[in-house]
Design a binder for this molecule. Structure first.
Ligand SMILES: Nc1ncnc2c1ncn2[C@@H]1O[C@H](COP(=O)(O)OP(=O)(O)OP(=O)(O)O)[C@@H](O)[C@H]1O
Ligand SMILES: [Mg+2]
Length: 267
């Protein structure tokens, strides 16, 4: 039984990768966890983990069904000084050429993407995973729809700016009305003393009927994505996501995957 959590966002710099990797870190304490970088627009994992030599291929090949997770994912226990066999990574190809190719596949609604995800058994190191966290691109509608299709949970990361509301409303409403998964908006870099932010939160609740979780501005993260810090207990985002992870761990299959009945013709 593998639980799939996808982390989505509509604006670069919202903190999606930070939230996704923190979730993967916490989930790895509860079971075998794979973090998939499927953000083909801004791949950072290979560079940040300084581990170019450990990956033998990329999520680009996996998502179109050319290679299996079992072949591609790597145990990163040693990279982060964690127990081995708990946390695996699959990074996206950082070359410009690869990025352009993925954009084309997305715009053509390449059916291999849906098929590969639909057929996925979520097996790594020879045995099934407990948790999979997928970091997704800020746009690429088809890839996002396919990922939502296989997600039990969608964490939608928002960096508040009122002008984003209409985009957010559409995106969240689209996931919420078409897919079986549970959508959880997370407002990142939240400041309770900011009047604009409070209005944003109110409007979000009003328009999506979803209650956002909030993560404050964390100074330690201001200087850039810090993977070695994220995968330690010093990661301050940990405290804001632990409860959410607990809910997933306690009721892993409360939310299924796939389409709502009335959306059966979506793909
Ligand atoms: N709660 C936070 N407080 C302060 N800084 C944060 C917080 N969350 C993330 N950051 C910082 O914001 C920057 C962007 O974060 P991140 O790379 O996770 O965003 P992203 O949404 O994945 O962006 P992209 O779409 O470009 O991949 C990083 O420098 C990160 O360290
Ligand atoms: Mg990112």
């Amino acid at each position: 039984m593998t639980v799939v959590v996808s982390v989505q966002h509509s604006r670069s710099g919202s903190g999606a990768t930070t939230v996704a990797s923190t979730l993967a870190y916490i989930l790895s304490m509860h079971g075998r966890t794979l973090y998939i970088e499927a953000d083909f627009l801004n791949p950072v994992i290979e560079k940040l983990t300084r581990s170019t030599d450990i990956f033998s291929g990329y999520s680009n090949e996996w998502i179109i069904g050319e290679k299996s997770l079992n072949e591609l994912a790597r145990d990163v226990g040693r990279v982060f000084n964690l127990e081995s066999g708990r946390l695996y990574f699959l990074s996206a190809n950082p070359s410009d050429d690869s990025r352009r190719r993925m954009e084309v596949l997305d715009s053509e609604n390449d059916e291999r993407i849906l098929k590969a995800l639909e057929d996925e058994r979520w097996v790594v190191g020879g045995s099934p995973l407990d948790y999979v966290v997928i970091d997704t691109p800020p746009w690429m509608d088809y890839v996002l729809a396919c990922v939502s299709y296989v997600s039990n949970y969608v964490v939608y990361v928002i960096k508040p700016k009122v002008y984003e509301l209409s985009v957010l409303e559409d995106r969240i409403e689209n996931i919420y009305s078409n897919f079986v998964c549970l959508v959880n908006p997370v407002i990142n870099m939240y400041r309770s003393d900011d009047e604009d932010m409070r209005r944003f939160e109110e409007k979000l609740k009003e328009r999506t009927h979803l209650l956002p979780r909030k993560i404050p501005y964390i100074h330690e993260f201001a200087s850039g994505l810090d993977m070695p810090l994220i995968f330690t207990r010093k990661n301050k985002m940990y405290n804001y996501l632990i409860e959410y992870v607990q809910e997933i761990v306690e009721k892993p299959k409360l939310y299924g995957t796939g389409l709502k009945k009335e959306s059966a013709t979506m793909f």
